[in-house]
Design a protein around this ligand. Structure first.
Ligand code: LCS
Length: 394
């Protein structure tokens, strides 16, 4: 499609990076399930390895993976993307590229558990230091900056606290300090938030979540704003080897086409459910960027096109009452992950964020009574009716 940049969000989601196959007319991008590519002759092979256009070996590039990379890069407003074997492979691609001996990172304290744990448990071996702060107040990020800070790494909305971080403010702080800003945009997806347009340098996703949306693939993506940064990331990525398989890329391409439709529907369900739960007598607190009670409701409206479909809440009676909820629901499934077409419910303190030491978890707001729900696209009345039934059991 011509002039893709000027098209609407749904059109870009469906068509960006997609081409009708010249040889066969196939409308869906074919799966190039091959590990290697034949060269016409020795000079052609040498030219490809010198950097001239042409596929060489799937870890270094594959047409199916590239179609997905172009799609997500286009949706994020970046110059290119790098498909990764998982969201964590994408996270580590960013860490490995921008951190090293003697460097320091400032991160959101409420990150997806392993994104924080890997920095605290593994990177000290390579001489990397980190400070995790409540980035919902940008001043905390500014105060944590050091001479050797090379990376500011934030997640917004954050997993599982749903706190928001002001991306424009953090971009300025990072750049003033000679660092780059990388943003995990998994919770919002490119449909609702574009960090690069707010000043970030790199954006990444666990595509396992909203982008794929069908709970059948684990995958990641990193998108860079400028070609020099993309080249740095690529060099690290292809040699560390956490690259994407073409079949995995094809499944995500299939999933992403309905991202806008799914997100609209899931978000509508989440908004209704959160509004109803907020007034429920058994609910002690609720945190959802779509509710005016969210401490950063205005920031959400400024930097996001919608509040998303994940929220956290606590029920009166704490952990035990929360367990009654998650053990007895029938419509939501008790499972980690989020962003699928089906509703999932989990207990972060003992599941997704279990590996973070207790005091750090508490300081980050991941309390024992916190129940996280990732709302899906089911019939709304079924969701509300089911949760009403289990709240009555408390
Ligand atoms: N970033 C965020 C914000 C995530 O929520 C996750 C996974 C990752 C990165 C890692 O992605 P993966 O390697 O799993 O594709 N979050 C999960 C969660 O909240 N429940 O289960 C996985």
């Amino acid at each position: 499609m011509k002039n893709i940049d000027s098209r609407g969000a749904m059109t870009r989601i469906i068509h960006a990076g997609q081409h009708v196959d010249e040889q066969t007319g196939a409308v869906a991008t074919p799966i190039y399930q091959t590990s290697t590519f034949a060269f016409k002759d020795a000079d052609h092979g040498a030219a490809c390895f010198r950097g001239e256009p042409g596929y060489k070996y799937t870890r270094l590039g594959n047409p199916t993976t590239e179609a997905l990379e172009q799609n997500i890069a286009q949706l994020e407003g970046g110059c290119g993307g790098l498909g990764a074997a998982s969201g964590m492979a994408a996270v580590n691609m960013v860490y490995l590229t921008f951190l090293g001996q003697g460097t320091h990172m400032v991160g959101t304290e409420s990150l997806y558990g392993p994104s924080r744990m890997v920095i605290e448990n593994e990177y000290p071996r390579f001489g990397v230091e980190a400070s995790f702060v409540d980035s919902s107040d940008a001043q905390n990020v500014a105060d944590a900056m050091r001479e050797n800070t090379k990376l500011v790494y934030v997640e917004t909305p954050a997993n599982p606290t749903l706190k928001l971080t002001d991306l424009a403010a953090c971009a300025e702080i990072a750049h003033d300090g000679g660092a780059i800003l990388a943003v995990d945009n998994t919770f919002a997806s490119p449909y609702l938030q574009n960090p690069l347009e707010l000043g970030a340098d790199v954006v990444l996703h666990s595509m396992t979540k909203f982008i794929n949306g069908h709970t059948d693939v684990v995958a990641g993506m990193v998108v860079a704003k400028d070609p020099a940064m993309l080249a740095r990331l690529r060099k690290v990525h292809v040699n560390f080897g956490g690259t994407m398989d073409p079949h995995q890329a094809w499944l995500v391409l299939r999933g992403v086409k309905s991202l806008g439709l799914r997100m609209d529907r899931a978000q509508e369900n989440a908004m209704k459910l959160a509004t109803w739960l907020e007034k429920h007598p058994k609910v002690s607190w609720i945190r959802y960027p779509g509710l005016e009670s969210h401490p950063q409701y205005e920031l959400g409206r400024k930097q996001m096109r919608g509040p998303g479909a994940v929220f956290s809440f606590g029920v009166k009676g704490g952990l035990e009452a929360g367990k009654t909820v998650i053990n007895n629901v029938e419509v939501p499934t008790l499972a980690v992950s989020l962003g699928g077409i089906e509703t999932l419910i989990e207990h972060p303190a003992s599941m997704t964020h279990a590996g973070i030491p207790a005091e750090e978890k508490l300081a980050a707001g991941i309390t024992d009574d916190l129940v996280r729900i990732a709302v899906g696209c089911e019939t709304y009345e079924d969701l509300q009716g089911d949760i009403e039934r289990v709240l009555d059991l408390i």
